[in-house]
Write a protein that binds this ligand. Structure first.
Ligand code: PEP
Length: 261
């Protein structure tokens, strides 16, 4: 059975988010193991590695001609300046990153990042030609109080304020319910589909149907090899953002190989 309408031009993008795991040597060994395992996959594979491993993994991917796109997990909104400990989009690009995860719930909740700050980062990333994956998602309390749709709308519109249709087409959005991240509690595929359809609807209302229909919307939150295909079988679930299960080449390759293009 086809995963989604054959009229859909959206490709499947499976992204790994390593968070604060893996040294340079561990990252390189992972890429060397993963590359042959996913050779036949039709999905586009992204890997968001720690800053320190971007250059080495980007070089290795190039040398191996491996079907893996290397990216980062965060950046600052400034081009450069006196911001101790921060990193700029152009530095990430220079190191070999092609995309950056922005607005991840760990950034929003642990580091208090606001929609306004995330919006500035999204605009900077687009301006400096690094592809943003914008993460949005509700907490358990917000879901239980029936606020999911309102929260997703607010995060989307706040983080994408002033972004043109052309720029939006260069981005990905990831729906990541906070209660599902790292908890082992994956969203039911029907709930994921409902949230994704809502997100696409908000995008359509504000940027038009044509743009909304082209945007890849990933699901993230406790994705594992045994639940990935069910999530991807839903028409508005175009890809996956995988945390814990992307740390092992075995489980990440099973998720990738279980998906269709
Ligand atoms: C994430 O970090 O974006 C994530 C979804 O983590 P996990 O897959 O471990 O829930």
């Amino acid at each position: 059975m086809p995963r989604k309408s054959p009229l859909s031009s959206r490709s499947t993008v499976i992204a790994g988010n390593w968070k604060m795991y893996k040294t340079i040597d561990e990252a390189k060994a992972f890429v060397e193991t993963l590359a042959p395992l996913i050779e036949k996959s039709q999905a586009t594979v992204y890997l968001a590695v720690p800053f320190t491993a971007i250059h080495a993994t980007a070089q290795l991917v190039k040398a191996l001609d491996a079907p893996i796109v290397i990216g980062a997990q965060n950046m600052n909104d400034a081009t450069e300046g006196a911001f101790t400990g921060e990193i700029a989009a152009r530095m990430l690009k220079d190191a070999g990153a092609q995309f950056v995860i922005l607005g991840h719930s760990e950034r929003r909740h642990i580091f208090n990042e606001s929609n306004d700050f995330i919006n500035k980062k999204v605009k900077r990333a687009l301006e400096d030609a690094i592809q943003p994956i914008l993460c949005i998602g509700e907490t358990l309390t917000q879901r239980e109080e029936g606020e999911t749709e309102a929260v997703l709308r607010e995060q989307l519109l706040g983080s994408l304020e002033g972004v043109s249709s052309d720029a939006l087409l260069k981005m990905l959005v990831a729906y990541e319910p906070v209660w599902a991240i790292g908890t082992g509690k994956v969203a039911h595929p029907d709930d994921a589909q409902a949230a994704h359809a809502h997100v696409r609807g908000v995008l359509a209302e504000n940027w038009g149907d044509e743009v909304a229909n082209q945007i890849v919307i990933q699901y993230g939150g406790s994705v594992k090899p045994d639940n990935a295909a069910d999530l991807l079988s839903k028409p508005d679930v175009d890809g996956l953002l995988v945390g814990g299960a992307s740390l092992s080449a075995d489980s990440f390759s099973k998720i990738i190989n279980g998906s269709k293009a």
